[in-house]
Structures are given as C-alpha cells and as structure tokens.
Design a protein around this ligand. Structure first.
Ligand code: RFL
Ligand code: PHB
Length: 392
C-alpha cells in the first residue's frame, strides 16, 4: 500500500491534518491504535481559540460548531471568596474563545473523513516506523490479523504523548524539557446546567477548582487532587462537597449536582521536545509537547502545529519548495514555548503547591490581586488566553 502522507494517530491532530491534506488533494492514510469509540470516549479539552475555530472552518468542519459552540467573552478568577471578571473581549480588542468539546471536534472530523472516503485503520497493532531519516520511509502494522506495509513520502507523528513516533527518533537527536507538577486534576462530567455562564478558575486554600461546561445542559468541573489519588476513590458526593468548599458562597449555593457521567484524573505536566522533525518524520500536537490544562492550550497548540505542517506539505507538493518543511519545527516551537510559559504561569498562580510556604503564598496572593486590578496585567492575561496569533 502507498500514500503520500502516513499519519500516526487519529486524535484531533491526526484527523485535522488528514482533513486539510485531503481537501488539497494530498493522499493520506491514518493508522490508529485504538477503536473510534475509544477515541471519542476520552473527555478532554473544552476551549477553542479563534484561530482553532478558523482552522476548523477552513477545513470545512465547522457546521455543528457554528450552531452549538458557546462563544465566551470573558472568564472569572475567584480568590478570597470573591469572583473577578476578566473581560477578554474588551481587553483584546474583540477576541473571544469558543466552548466546544474535543469529543465534538473529533466526531465532526471523523464524520468528514468517513464521508470523504479516506482510509483510517483503527485498532492497528504493533505500529512501527521505518527509515524515517532516509528516502523510503514506511510504516508497518497489523490490522485484523493481517500484516501491512504503508509506503509514503512523509510520516506525521500525531500519536500523542505515549505514541511510537517520538520514541522512533534516536535519543541523541532530541532534547526534551520536562516539569511534572505535584498534583493532578480530578474531572467530573455531569448532565446539569453550568453553575455560571462563564468559566470560573478558583484559587482556594484547599486547592484549585474549575467550573467549565460543554453545553447549556452539560457541565464539566475539576478539582486539584494529589497525583496518586484514584478516580474510583472519589464518590460523587465527596467530589461535590469538595468542589463547593473551593468556590465562593453564591456559586457554591447555585451549583446543580447530579450523578457523574465521567470521572477521571489527569496528571499535570509541562513537556517540550526539540526539534519537532527528524528526516521525513514530523511530530505534531501532544506527541511533541504537553502543557498543564490550566491555560486550555493543548488542543489549540495541536491545531497550530497542524496548520504549519499542512501548509508546508501543500507548499512542498504544489511548488516543490522545502522551505515550509525546513522551518516547520522552529515555527511551531516559538508558539509552543509561549503557550508553555503561559500554561505554567497560570498553573502556578491558581494551584496550591505542597512546599510554597507562607512567603510563596503571600506572593501568589499579591500577584492575583495585581492581575485583577491592573488593566495592563489583565490585558496580558487575556491576550494569552484568547491565543497568540499564528505567524505567516
Ligand atoms: P491525542 O488526543 O492524545 O491523540 C493521539 C492519538 O494517537 C493514538 N496513538 C497511536 N496510534 C497508533 N500507534 C500508536 N503507537 C499510537 N499511540 C497513540 C492515540 O490512541 C490517540 O488517539 O493527541 P493530539 O491529537 O495531539 O491532541 C492533543 C489533545 O488531545 C490535547 O492536547 C488536549 O486534550 C489537552 N487539553 C486541553 N487542550 C485545550 O486546548 N483546551 C482545553 O480546555 C484542554 N483541556 C486537556 C484539557 C487535556 C486534559 N487531559 C486529560 C490531559 C483537559 C484535560 C483534563
Ligand atoms: C474543560 O472544559 O475541559 C476545560 C476548560 C478550561 C481549561 C481546561 C479544561 O483551562
């Protein structure tokens, strides 16, 4: 079997890349380790930057997003039992974000791929990458008991943090940067209306909490928890009790609780690998970098990588120019590092760290106080939250 671009992973990065390339007449095949239902069952991101919405529109997959996405002009920061609104739209000259779940983005992309008749191998076993530094890259895997070899011009490694792509690059070629945070996020999805029309990020002595949503009738809540907690240890009642304690009293009283329809714990990590290319293998999304979810940047960075990679591949096939491919890694990394900085900073500002001490606590409080009272600091925060512009 032969294709122009072999894509490893059918998460949002792989599916969006496949969709953009297919619309430009570039043949591609996706190889995914899990089943489609499993991929759709992972509850993750919820907030899309305008640049991500624009990319989905340009890829022709924004019909449902335009109807069901919730446009948010601001969010709230809660500390000392008080909420403070950050008016993103006013502070950024009109920019907003859209609340639309990663599950829905993935579903829309899967539907478009199926309608376009492009090949995806779900439940592929023993996926291996070969000759990535040479001229004959290929991918081998087993699907429904049959062994396959996929010859290609390029391989896009869109297989997430635990995938095979990054692991296929010789260790001495890569430089990795990592910070693991000493806590995780326990998330609950519930079919109850959100407690607030806008997201609330809360800094509380008992730990961070976040009130988010998926629609007018479905809410998503998170609380900071110890890294080694297990979701099964947390009953729904224990979760709701703890969440209420970390919110201001009006929000705590208004909270509508119910049986969780999903409950999971995510570890928090900052990770960047450089470069994002080795020979004919290009890494995109979580395969190359991870940010803690506080800044809502992971899925948006995946989308901007895909924008740069798809443009470079289109340029390569249309104009035989290697320029975009050669600049791919550096272009991505500039944006990745800025989003990593913002995600680290927002995490540091809103979470309780085990060994901060009283001095650190006072400094954190002073920064929150400064942030909500200084138009300049609020504007810098808003500018990053809505997403920095794409280059060129
Ligand atoms: P994914 O989604 O992990 O998809 C990778 C796919 O590759 C497959 N795979 C393989 N396939 C073939 N062979 C192999 N050897 C393979 N190994 C793995 C996997 O099965 C999978 O299907 O990576 P991708 O596409 O780069 O997308 C990245 C995003 O999923 C991620 O950055 C976001 O979910 C992060 N994130 C958020 N991002 C935002 O922009 N806004 C948010 O509000 C936001 N909230 C979040 C988040 C992530 C969270 N968790 C669980 C880490 C909230 C949470 C709680
Ligand atoms: C979510 O709704 O899952 C979500 C929203 C904002 C974040 C992280 C996660 O910063």
């Amino acid at each position: 079997m032969r294709t122009q671009v072999a894509i490893i992973g059918a998460g949002p990065s792989g599916l969006l890349l496949g969709q953009i390339l297919a619309r430009s007449g570039i043949d591609n095949v996706i190889v995914e380790r899990q089943s489609g239902d499993y991929v759709l069952g992972r509850i993750r991101a919820g907030v899309l930057e305008q640049t991500t919405v624009d990319l989905l529109a340009a890829a022709g997959v924004d019909q449902r997003l335009r109807h069901e996405g919730l446009v948010h002009d601001g969010f709230e920061l809660c500390f000392d039992g008080q909420r403070h609104r950050i008016d993103m739209k006013a502070l950024t000259g009109g920019k907003t974000v859209t609340v639309y779940g990663q599950t829905e983005v993935t579903r829309d992309l899967m539907d478009a791929r199926r309608e376009g008749g492009h090949t995806t191998f779900y439940e592929a076993k023993d996926v291996q990458l070969h000759d990535i530094a040479g001229n004959k890259p290929h991918v081998t895997f087993t699907h429904q008991g049959e062994h396959h070899t996929l010859d290609c011009d390029f391989i896009a490694g869109c297989d997430g943090f635990h995938g095979v792509s990054r692991a296929s690059i010789p260790a001495d070629v890569l430089k990795t940067f990592e910070r693991v945070y000493p806590f995780g996020w326990l998330g609950v999805l519930v079919d109850r209306p959100p407690v607030s029309e806008e997201l609330i990020y809360s800094n509380h002595a008992r730990g961070f909490a976040l009130c988010s949503m998926r629609s007018h009738s479905r809410s998503r809540y998170y609380i900071q928890c110890p890294s080694d907690d297990k979701a099964e240890q947390w009953s729904d009642d224990a979760f709701w009790d703890e969440l209420r304690k970390r919110l201001d009293s009006a929000t705590a009283q208004a909270l509508q609780t119910g049986p969780s329809i999903e409950k999971s714990i995510a570890p928090l990590r900052s990770f960047v690998t450089e470069p994002m290319r080795h020979g004919r293998l290009f890494l995109a999304g979580d395969a190359a970098h991870i940010v803690p979810p506080t800044g809502a940047k992971g899925l948006n960075l995946a989308a901007s990588d895909v924008h740069y990679l798809s443009s470079a591949l289109i340029e390569h096939y249309a104009e035989h120019s290697p320029a975009g491919l050669d600049h791919y890694s550096a272009r991505c990394l500039r944006r990745v590092w800025k989003a990593s900085r913002f995600s680290w900073w927002f995490t540091s500002l809103t979470h309780r760290f085990p060994d901060t001490g009283e001095m650190g606590q006072q400094l954190q409080h002073a920064e929150l106080d400064y942030l909500v009272n200084s138009p300049a600091a609020s504007a810098a925060m808003a500018e990053n939250y809505v997403g920095l512009p794409l280059e060129g």
